[in-house]
Design a protein around this ligand. Structure first.
Ligand code: LLP
Length: 463
């Protein structure tokens, strides 16, 4: 049958293996606390509530699609990370996962620092009152204007990513009559994703300066001689959605080796190392992420052990979790529009959003969960693919999941764990209006990023 040889999707010829999708063992009405934010539950009528508010009310007031962010969960996760790392280490929330002015205020109140990687993120951070010294500025090609603003504002650190940038930041800092605290981002030859990591000598990618061939040592040498820079440490970021600490172990070992070389060559013990972000979250019930205190202990032990064996004082550690803080705290609420059963294949459920509010499935083949949330159902499970309303067959939100067979247009369904890299990577494809982000807490819901309007779209179209 030709159509089963080419099901619509990002990967052509992704043929459904015979009998591969057995019906789920679990009750479809159950909401696995691993993938849903902490205040999510079902009320007596079976409807999902978050922060004490029922989804039908949220949909009525704010429309769909919309992201609902569980503010008390977000704050609790910030506190858990801050407490786990304590006063001897620093946690920088990676703003690229999701940033808004409300989020900046929450971070500030909960004692976290902030990693930004563009002028726009820097403006948001400073504008919402994050003290500049609690900001780290990242990026592999910061513009001169961005560097000037960061130095003028007095950001706590700029993470240098290339030889050109070492000279550029020093020059700008000197011109502005200051010395900028910096770290050098090195590539340690570790590529980590989920349960796998690869350790090599070389890395073929755009970020950082390679440890291999003495490149990073040369970068340190230059940074130490430039008057505009105060080199405070070395930075490494190895990947994303990582569950396995082995990649961090190799990375920390290689960074500590560099610190030892720097001590031997320059008589300087650099006081800090940053191990980046990348800690994984549960998108489906199969994922099993670690808690912040377990991660803090594992990273602390690795660095302490490596430093002891190199005869170095243990440097101050920093980390940059983005997804692990905001990812689990939000879900996207959609209304079901059409339902198309394809005999012998699966049922296509079209919702009122799609790849414009969640590009991760199309881009990374990401896995998500989905649930019927406006009611419970005792109907049989049916294999579905949740798709959006865009003019593209790869417009998939949830590739394979089960929903009750009595699903009907008008039902509300929700995709959990969409707090990270969904709104922040949202687009206006097909002139879609990007959905709002609504913060929900203790029975109150308020828009923190409003829904785009057609006027917003037309404002940029100068005619
Ligand atoms: N620090 C640095 C230097 C980074 O480049 C990143 C992410 C982070 C921290 C935060 O990583 P996290 O803890 O959030 O995994 N759009 C992709 C993820 C790209 C991550 C880029 N850098 C996704 O949706 O999976």
């Amino acid at each position: 049958m030709s159509r089963s040889a080419h099901p619509a999707g990002p990967r052509h010829a992704d043929v459904l293996p015979e009998g591969h999708y057995s019906a789920p063992a679990t009750d479809l009405n159950e909401l696995d606390p691993k993938v849903w934010s902490r205040t999510v539950t079902r009320d007596a009528d079976g409807a999902l509530t978050v922060g004490g508010i029922e989804v039908a009310r949220l949909a009525e007031e704010f429309g769909t699609p919309a992201y609902f962010l569980d503010e008390s969960d977000f704050r609790a996760r910030c506190r858990a990370w801050a407490d786990a790392f304590g006063t001897e280490a620093d946690v920088f929330y990676a703003g690229k996962a999701f940033l808004s002015r409300a989020v900046v205020r929450w971070l500030k109140e909960e004692g976290l620092n902030l990693d930004v990687c563009s002028g726009g993120e820097l403006t948001t951070a400073l504008g919402a009152g994050m003290p500049a010294e609690r900001i780290a500025f990242h990026g592999n090609n910061k513009t001169v204007a961005e560097i000037e603003r960061a130095v003028e504002a007095g950001v706590g650190r700029i993470v240098l990513d290339s030889f050109q940038e070492i000279a550029r930041v020093s020059h700008i800092a000197q011109r502005l009559g200051t010395r900028q605290r910096v770290q050098i981002r090195v590539t340690v030859g570790v590529e980590a994703h989920t349960h796998e990591f690869i350790a090599t000598a070389h890395e073929d990618q755009k970020f950082g300066i390679a440890l291999a061939d003495g490149q990073a040592a040369e970068a340190v040498r230059r940074a130490l001689t430039l008057d505009g820079l105060e080199l405070i440490g070395i930075h490494s970021h190895i990947g994303s959605q990582i569950f396995d600490m082995a990649g961090f172990e190799v990375s920390a070992r290689r960074v500590v080796q560099l610190l030892a070389e720097v001590r031997d060559e320059h008589g300087v013990e650099l006081p800090e190392i940053d191990l980046g972000g990348g800690l994984g979250i549960a998108y489906t019930s199969d994922d099993d992420p670690s808690e912040p205190h377990e991660i803090a202990k594992a990273l602390g032990d690795i660095v302490t052990r490596e430093c002891e064996s190199a005869g170095l004082r243990t440097p101050r550690i920093s980390v940059e979790p983005g997804r692990a803080i905001v990812g689990p705290t939000a879900f996207t609420l959609y209304e079901v529009g059409t339902i198309k059963p394809l005999e012998g294949l699966r049922t296509y459920v079209s919702v009122d959003g799609g790849m414009s509010d969640n590009i991760r499935t199309a881009l990374y083949d990401a896995e998500y969960s989905v649930a019927l949330v406006s009611r419970t159902s005792e109907a049989e499970p049916m294999l579905v693919r949740v798709v959006g309303k865009h003019c593209e067959s790869g417009d998939i939100v949830v590739k394979d999941a089960f929903l009750p067979a009595d699903l009907a247009p008008g039902d509300l369904i929700a995709v959990p764990a969409t707090g990270a890299y969904c709104r922040s990577m949202a687009s206006n494809y097909n002139h879609a209006l990007r959905p709002p982000v609504v913060a929900v807490r203790d029975g109150q819901a308020r828009v923190i990023v409003r829904r785009e309007t057609e006027e917003d779209l037309l404002r940029l179209d100068v005619g």
